[in-house]
Design a protein around this ligand. Structure first.
Ligand code: PEP
Ligand code: MN
Length: 306
């Protein structure tokens, strides 16, 4: 405490994450409240200096382990999924993605194969051995995700706090994507919701934010990667597909994200992009994905050589 003739300053130390600043500020004898320490605790690197490494069926992400998740925007058929999965595996992807429940701007657009899509992902997993990553949109669907390896929370649900709380009670790794207009602190507070429930397996994903620029689908905020690394011990991956929305920009941005220190990438790949049910314009062909992996590999080698 520091008492002056007109003002008294009170300093609170220790775990202040549960302090409600607005409540304190509403007291008539309080002039202002300033938080010195970050409001996130479990995700904070200060309290957990070592990088978190998340192991998904033997594929490690974080702490120097780099993993690539690749696959179509949405699951369309077993043939499509298996063709893409085999190809991306051969190019070095460690995990496969595919949306079964799709968050679409229009209710008239393809909404995904839903439960059947998850079945197809599990079949593709059986054939390729690649762990699967797929998005949850409603907690009532959780039983369908029993055999899913990584549950994705999409940008639109980053602040669906009830969903985050429920995922905190599971022991599945969660891929948490940054919201369209959310700050890094808000992203970490969302991670905190999952971690506060006991699930420490959170992978963060920078996928572009909404700005005034319309030439790209979003604006990829690559400074988020080194910044998040200083703020948190959680792994951070980058999604250059949704960040740019343009297939030819995906490789350069994947290379840049790797150079910026990302722990991995998530890339949309389709066997026939012009006919994709969703996000064809940003989807790479398996051949283009193979080229991307070669370039990313070169950057990884440079980083490892120091
Ligand atoms: C996705 O990865 O399929 C997706 C919908 O991405 P985002 O939530 O980042 O828009
Ligand atoms: Mn997509």
């Amino acid at each position: 405490m520091s008492a002056g003739s007109r003002t008294t300053i009170l300093g609170l130390i220790g775990d202040t994450s549960v302090i409600d600043e607005e409540m304190l500020e509403s007291l008539e004898f309080v002039e202002s409240v300033k938080r010195i320490q970050e409001p996130y605790k479990n995700a904070n690197r200060k309290f957990h200096p070592k990088d978190t490494v998340i192991d998904v069926g033997g594929v490690k992400i974080g702490g120097g382990n780099f993993a690539v998740i690749a696959g179509p925007c949405s699951v369309e058929s077993k043939e499509q999924l298996c063709t893409v999965a085999e190809a991306v595996k051969a190019s070095g992807a460690g995990l496969m993605r595919g949306g079964a429940f799709k968050p679409r701007t229009s209710p008239y657009a393809f909404q995904g194969l839903r439960g059947d899509g998850i079945e197809l992902l599990l079949e593709a997993k059986k054939e390729t051995g690649l762990p699967i990553v797929t998005e949850i949109m409603d907690i009532s669907h959780l039983p369908l995700f029993e055999n899913v390896d990584v549950i994705q929370v999409g940008a639109r649900n980053m602040q669906n706090f009830e969903l985050l709380k429920q995922l905190g009670k599971t022991d599945k790794p969660v891929l948490l994507k940054r919201g369209l207009a959310n700050t890094l602190q808000e992203l970490l507070m969302s991670a905190e919701y999952i971690m506060a429930g006991g699930n420490e397996k959170v992978i963060l994903c920078e996928r572009g934010i909404r700005t005034f620029e319309t030439a790209t689908r979003n604006t990829l905020d690559l400074s988020a990667v080194p910044l998040l690394k200083s703020m948190t011990h959680l792994p951070i991956i980058v999604d250059p597909s949704h960040a740019t929305g343009i297939a030819r920009l995906v490789k350069p941005m994947a290379v840049a994200a790797t150079a910026a220190g990302a722990d991995g990438l998530i890339i949309e790949v389709h066997n026939d992009p012009p006919h994709a049910a969703c996000d064809g314009a940003q989807s790479l062909t398996p051949e283009a994905f193979d080229e991307l992996m070669k370039s990313v590999g070169k950057i990884r080698n440079c980083l490892e050589e120091g």
